[in-house]
Design a binder for this molecule. Structure first.
Ligand SMILES: [Fe+2]
Length: 364
């Protein structure tokens, strides 16, 4: 189909018939452009480019920042046998699979603290979990036996997981690596006040881990940048912090908004193929994120509905848990000089796509 080829060409991403149908089904379900991204479960660039190409072809129209199927769009949907996406996420747990129960008091304290958190910055690819999703991560990790009495390492903490785990997870100790000094100070201040046993280091994870922290932990948690280099670097550092041998756990979030299934597949092959670990949990869209102020500046501005700030939370990540097996060995390589924030699947890259597609001579 010509439309699929156009979207693939303009984004540099593969576009399957299934992916295209998911975008159409999302548009059939809602006129809110951000909900369309949420429901479609595709890379942001793919969804937005699809909306643009569908508009160019007269299959959708834009009105007051919203996206509607035209009559020919409706006809296409009928022809392809598509029904509108229905959101069947469990209302009790928000799709996380856990309830807070005895973590409720910790959640209420955490939610109050999070109100005054430093604002996410685009310098370090920040964007924070809702406090509820943060505490649901604590609940899941606690249930799996990876927090109580454990040494826990956190790699990058704009989500304030040091405080969430400290309040509800009963860890033996938390060690946190964070590049942004605003968060380092904020977390240290509240951790001291709440008597959370933690050390917070101002640290760039491209550097080798300090000898006294290498291979010392039972559990790691991270929300890595999702370009290939950043993703593998953060996870390699996570594994480098774990004790050798079996029974340690690693947790991380990963999206479909900034990562294609090809990236998911490469990640899963790397995890199981290059490390002695097994994937035990993959909770689809476990975690919800708050909208961040610099969103509109960081994305393309040539598709009208995506020039309006979202009214809903729409950015979600799935939550992975891996466990080490017998023979697992942590490693501590150098990653000096690596670009850990960009590639063609990232949100920010959509700006480049817009530049390229608005100038046909540069079109790939
Ligand atoms: Fe549920």
């Amino acid at each position: 189909m010509q439309i699929l080829e156009t979207i693939a060409q303009n984004t540099g991403l593969p576009v399957t018939g299934h992916a295209f149908d998911r975008v159409l089904a999302a548009i059939a379900a809602t006129a809110d452009p951000w909900e369309i991204v949420d429901l479609a479960d595709q890379p942001f660039n793919l969804t937005v480019e699809a909306v643009k190409v569908l508009a160019d072809e007269g299959l959708v129209r834009f009105e007051d920042g919203r996206v509607y199927l035209t009559e020919s769009g409706q006809a296409l949907i009928r022809k392809r046998g598509i029904v509108p996406t229905r959101l069947l996420r469990c209302p009790a747990c928000g799709g996380s699979g856990v309830q807070l129960q005895d973590l409720q008091p910790a959640y209420e304290i955490f939610r109050e603290i999070a109100r005054d958190r430093p604002k996410p910055s685009d310098e370090f690819d920040q964007g924070c979990l809702t406090p509820l999703s943060a505490m649901r991560r604590v609940a899941l990790m606690k249930q799996r036996g990876d927090l109580v009495g454990k040494r826990v390492a956190i790699l990058g903490d704009d989500d304030l997981m040091t405080l969430a785990i400290g309040l509800g997870g009963q860890p033996k100790e938390i060690v946190t690596f964070e590049i942004d000094d605003r968060y380092v100070q904020f977390i240290r201040h509240h951790a001291e006040r709440l008597e959370i046993p933690c050390r917070v280091y101002s640290f760039d994870l491209r550097q080798r881990l300090p000898e006294d922290l290498f291979a010392q932990f039972d559990t790691f948690l991270t929300d890595p940048p999702e370009n290939y280099a950043g993703l593998f670097l953060f996870l390699e550092r996570g594994f480098g912090l774990l004790k050798p041998g079996d029974g340690q756990a690693g947790y991380f979030g990963m999206t479909l908004t900034e990562s294609s299934l090809t990236k998911w597949a490469r990640l899963q092959q790397w995890l199981v193929g290059e490390h002695r670990v097994v994937l035990t949990d993959l909770v689809f869209e476990h975690s919800e994120y708050e909208n961040w102020d610099f969103l509109l500046e960081s994305i393309r501005s040539d598709v009208e509905p995506y020039t309006h700030f979202p009214r809903v939370n729409w950015y979600r990540s799935s939550f992975y848990r891996v466990e080490t097996l017998e023979g697992f060995e942590p490693d501590n390589p150098s990653f000096e000089g690596t670009d850990i924030y960009s590639d063609e699947e990232r949100l920010v890259y959509s700006k480049e796509v817009a530049k390229r597609t608005s100038n046909p001579t540069e079109r790939r």
